[in-house]
Design a protein around this ligand. Structure first.
Ligand SMILES: [Zn+2]
Length: 320
């Protein structure tokens, strides 16, 4: 999940949990070392769920916060108690609210006051939070999960180094372009992923942004002009906002097509050239791109060829 999907997840969780009282928290005894701190949040209210970049942040009423980061796939789901189950045992319907796509899309349900969600099969959760009204929020997958004092949240090294959130209302494209121009020692592929420059772009978004901007992932930052960077910033924010709207409300906002990411060998939608994949960004992350729509640029030479030639011949002249 990249920033837009996590922002949509945070929005949904906040809609569901704002000011809700947590009845209990269950965690597998062998999976979490912070069981005591986690369970300490039972009996407290959820004050806020929000995101910054790819971080999902929770504030609780007793001054404790969670900071969750999807190292690999994760899945959040909520179990709604069935209101019409009569006097029998209470039934729960499990609904995915973010993360990996469900295994089955066969049953669609639309819980009240929430965007259309998908029924998913139960999985062994890493964390299960039960609210006092019977709803249960489950997390499975492999996140980085930090628990800390809310007042010290933004002093944590993982968070204090983050740049501005690309999807925040107050985000400034001008400021981002200014910061990008200082990433001169990197390729554009590396610079886009630098979360301390701007937070929220993951590898999939990076590939799609570069395709939309017509820039090869191996392009060195020094070859991009101010106009190139302005165009790149415009394209990036527009694409991320479209991804966010689609993740938040898949019915009212059209899905953002995957043009290059994970499509190696398939024809480009524009020119039919096979999509290529390599580590051309030199950032240890794979980059998918269209070699035709995103042509490589010539890198500037460190020295003017004429000056270089003179420098080489000068010593000879001196000897002669
Ligand atoms: Zn193409």
């Amino acid at each position: 999940m990249d920033g837009p999907q996590i922002k949509a997840l945070a929005h949904r969780l906040n809609q569901l949990l704002f000011n809700q009282l947590v009845g209990r928290i269950d965690v597998p005894a062998d999976r979490w070392q912070a069981n005591v701190l986690l369970k300490h949040c039972a009996g407290q209210h959820v004050r806020r769920v929000y995101s910054h970049g790819r971080w999902l942040l929770w504030n609780f009423s007793h001054g404790i916060s969670w900071a969750c980061y999807p190292l690999r796939r994760w899945r959040w789901s909520i179990d709604f108690p069935e209101s019409d189950s009569g006097s029998g045992p209470s039934l729960l319907r499990s609904v995915g609210i973010g993360g990996a796509p469900p295994a089955s899309l066969s049953a669609m349900v639309v819980p009240p006051s929430v965007s259309p969600l998908l029924l998913i099969p139960g999985r062994r959760p890493l964390l299960r939070m039960t609210l006092t009204d019977g709803r249960r929020i489950c997390l499975s997958g492999r996140p980085l999960f930090l628990i800390m004092l809310t007042e010290g949240l933004w002093r944590h090294p993982e968070l204090s180094s983050l740049g501005p959130d690309l999807l925040a209302d107050q985000f400034s494209k001008t400021q981002w372009v200014y910061r990008l121009r200082h990433e001169s020692g990197k390729t554009v592929s590396q610079a886009l992923l630098e979360q301390n420059v701007a937070a929220g772009i993951g590898n999939q978004s990076k590939c799609e942004i570069l395709f939309a901007a017509g820039i090869s992932p191996s392009t060195h930052m020094t070859t991009l002009t101010r106009e190139d960077l302005d165009h790149l910033a415009d394209v990036a924010v527009e694409l991320l906002m479209a991804q966010f709207r689609s993740a938040l409300s898949p019915i009212s906002a059209p899905p953002v097509p995957r043009r290059v990411f994970d499509r190696a060998g398939e024809p480009c939608d524009i020119c039919s050239t096979p999509i290529a994949v390599d580590r051309s960004g030199c950032d240890n992350r794979w980059s998918w791109y269209c070699p035709n729509c995103q042509p490589a640029r010539e890198e500037p030479m460190l020295f003017n060829p004429e000056e270089t030639r003179l420098a080489e011949t000068d010593p000879v002249r001196q000897k002669s």
